[in-house]
Design a protein around this ligand. Structure first.
Ligand SMILES: C[S@@+](CC[C@H](N)C(=O)[O-])C[C@H]1O[C@@H](n2cnc3c(N)ncnc32)[C@H](O)[C@@H]1O
Length: 276
């Protein structure tokens, strides 16, 4: 048996990190950009209708007149950042997908929108300035390990002025309950999501204690056998509040999503508004 393949497919220790770029891989990030820009599907970004509603609700909750400077962590190709700018915020967007940041810069310039985009890892930012408001949208927080979640909360805290706000969303136990542990495979002849050339994708869903899910894809091409680990930590309202309060934030609102729907036990996401 091929031991590399066997090891790649086995259930790894919790929060094992992918050893090669994923968001910033040259080929994969182009497929990801297409997914971000597809207005009809909730893929890398949510559907445009959702984003429009979301930005409108955010404007009312955290108005640009009181919170003029906004840092959008994991801004992708700038779908939120552009809308925020049009509503009157002065926006800084951070993302470590070069492909998305290049697209965002070009689009902002063609629309004459003054947005500061930075190609950086948000876990490592040290911008030497503070903002009135920070956003981390589309459940990126839960994709991080426990240690990286602590780091991003600290980075956000450090980059907010006293009284500044942080808004982010996470998946709830509904997602954890829906996932069944399973293993499948798929033959792709060309132009797949992961590789341009022919390859096989093997997928597994694994569940862990503490409401953690792993979506594992092992790509087998003629050159490599590469496992990609996409983690999701799902939260209850209580577990989320407990975690964020440890970092010094005060909870100012709990919602069902980032359009401000009411949080209910059956909500698939929780959006949380925090204050420094
Ligand atoms: C699920 S997408 C959401 C994009 C955007 N917030 C939206 O809702 O349209 C997550 C984004 O976060 C970026 N990202 C993930 N981890 C990051 C990190 N450590 N530093 C900077 N950007 C990161 C990815 O490149 C991707 O663009």
């Amino acid at each position: 048996m091929n031991s590399n393949l066997f090891t790649a497919l086995c259930k790894p220790p919790i929060y094992t990190k992918t050893e090669v770029p994923f968001w910033d891989d040259e080929y994969i990030s182009k497929q990801m950009l297409d997914a971000h820009l597809n207005p009809e599907i909730d893929a890398a970004s949510r559907r445009l209708e959702f984003i429009d509603n979301s930005v409108e609700w955010i404007r009312q909750m955290v108005p640009p007149s009181e919170y003029p400077t906004l840092i959008d962590l994991g801004c992708g190709p700038g779908l939120y950042a552009e809308r925020f700018t049009k509503m009157g915020y002065r926006v800084t967007g951070i993302d470590f997908s070069k492909c998305s940041i290049d697209y965002a810069k070009q689009t902002a310039s063609s629309k004459q929108l003054d947005i500061s985009y930075k190609y950086q890892n948000y876990l490592e930012i040290n911008l030497g300035e503070t903002f009135d408001f920070a956003t981390l949208i589309y459940c990126d927080y839960g994709a991080l390990s426990t240690e990286d979640r602590r780091i991003i909360l600290n980075r956000a805290y450090q980059h907010l002025r006293p009284g500044g706000k942080l808004l982010f969303d996470v998946f709830t136990m509904k997602k954890y309950e829906k996932v069944k542990e399973q293993q499948t495979w798929w033959v792709c002849h060309k132009n797949g999501f992961w590789r341009a050339d022919e390859h096989i994708e093997m997928n597994a869903s694994y569940k862990y204690l503490d409401h953690v899910i792993l979506d594992l894809t092992v790509v087998i091409s003629k050159n490599d056998i590469t496992p990609y680990y996409i983690w999701d930590t799902c939260f209850t309202k209580e577990s989320l509040i407990q975690e964020v309060e440890r970092s010094g934030f005060k909870v100012r609102g709990i919602f069902g999503d980032v359009t401000g729907s009411m949080y209910q036990p059956e909500s698939e996401t929780i959006a949380i508004l925090l204050e420094k």
